[in-house]
Design a protein. Structure first.
Length: 94
């Protein structure tokens, strides 16, 4: 097959102006930045709304703290060995 050369340019190529092109690119970049800022604002609003909805439907836990400010369940467990029997017990911290 022999390639055919076309001497007629397309409408897009005949209407192209490099000066207008650079201005259009700058305008598009500004619009992209604005769209990105608006997307961040929408995302933050959605996250706040989801947090409000979650917090309104959930109840906080009342944790019992010991004397030193630790939770009761976080006390260390000591292994007590008596003969061949091994068992674990919670050691009170006072």
């Amino acid at each position: 097959m022999i390639p055919v050369e076309v001497s007629k340019h397309s409408i897009r190529r005949t209407n192209f102006n490099p000066n207008d092109n650079s201005d259009a690119i700058r305008i598009d970049l500004d619009l992209v930045e604005k769209a990105r800022e608006q997307a961040c604002i929408r995302q933050e609003a959605c996250q706040q709304q989801a947090a409000r909805r979650h917090n309104s439907k959930s109840r906080g836990r009342q944790e019992k703290l010991g004397r030193k400010g630790r939770k009761e369940s976080s006390r260390p467990i000591e292994r007590v060995h008596s003969g061949s029997e091994k068992r674990s017990s919670i050691v009170p911290t006072d």
